[in-house]
Design a protein around this ligand. Structure first.
Ligand code: UDP
Length: 235
């Protein structure tokens, strides 16, 4: 397969004879601290691939267009080829992670409304938080950023309902968008998995996400398996 792009935990390939599609391979690999910590947990790639596929399918049912087409094998998916918008869109329902480290907000505080934040997708610059003016001078119009924010909030509503059924609080998550190569339509892209979300058991705040690895507090494979098994009961 012809490799187009190698990310930290995924590789993107061309599809023979299908110029508008790609194959995304999810590796048994996890990183934290901008790639400074790495591990290779067996089965992790297929878990993130399967969870992302289930979530993309659920979002499609709710009329959110995504790049996902179908899975091939247990750790690969065929997707629409997109030009990725190099902006990470984060939605926060409960304070954790960056917002706790960088402000005086205490972990676990539920926000009165979901926060939508934009970060530059650039590891060398450490993914800085962007302001509306910075987005503007970088050429990202409010038309695009408002559209990404409104789609992100719609995804938030759908995922909150879904994870409520699992007795899990959706604390926060990160989305990436891309423009479809041929039509230019804005599609949800990348992955949506416990690598890119914070998921806490209601009541106990037990974690089922990548923070287990970031904080060295447990086995992500067992946690991700639990999420996949629970999702399969409800979608
Ligand atoms: N996130 C991600 N990729 C990134 C940065 C963040 O998937 O490069 C996810 C992260 O897993 C969490 C949410 O986005 O669910 C918010 O992350 P935060 O800004 O708190 O940063 P972190 O504490 O992960 O550095």
């Amino acid at each position: 397969m012809n490799k187009i792009l190698e990310g930290k935990v995924k590789t993107v390939y061309d599809v023979d004879g299908e110029a508008d599609k790609v194959i995304i391979e999810f590796h048994d690999k996890v990183t934290a601290g901008n790639g400074r910590r790495v591990d290779f947990p067996l089965g992790k790639g297929s878990l993130c691939c399967s969870i992302s596929a289930l979530i993309f399918k659920q979002l499609a049912k709710e009329h959110i267009p995504t790049h996902y087409i179908n899975m091939i094998g247990d750790n690969k998916m065929i997707c629409e080829k997109v030009n990725i918008v190099p902006i990470e869109v984060v939605v926060r329902n409960v304070a954790a992670g960056g917002i706790v480290r960088e402000t005086c907000v205490k972990e676990g505080i539920r926000f009165p409304y979901p926060l939508v934040e934009f970060y530059l997708k650039d590891d060398e610059k450490n993914d800085p938080l962007l302001t509306p003016d910075r987005l503007n001078v970088m050429g990202y119009t409010p038309i695009l950023t408002d559209l990404m924010a409104s789609k992100a909030l719609k995804v938030n509503d759908i995922l909150i309902d879904l994870f409520n059924k699992l007795d899990i609080t959706l604390v926060d998550f990160k989305l990436e968008f891309g423009h479809e190569k041929t039509s230019g339509h804005l599609l949800l892209a990348d992955e949506i998995s416990p690598d890119s979300m914070r998921l806490w058991k209601k009541g106990t705040r037990e974690r089922f996400d990548k923070d287990l690895f970031r904080k060295d507090e447990g086995d992500i494979v067992e946690a991700y398996k639990y999420i996949l098994q629970k999702l399969l009961q409800f979608v």
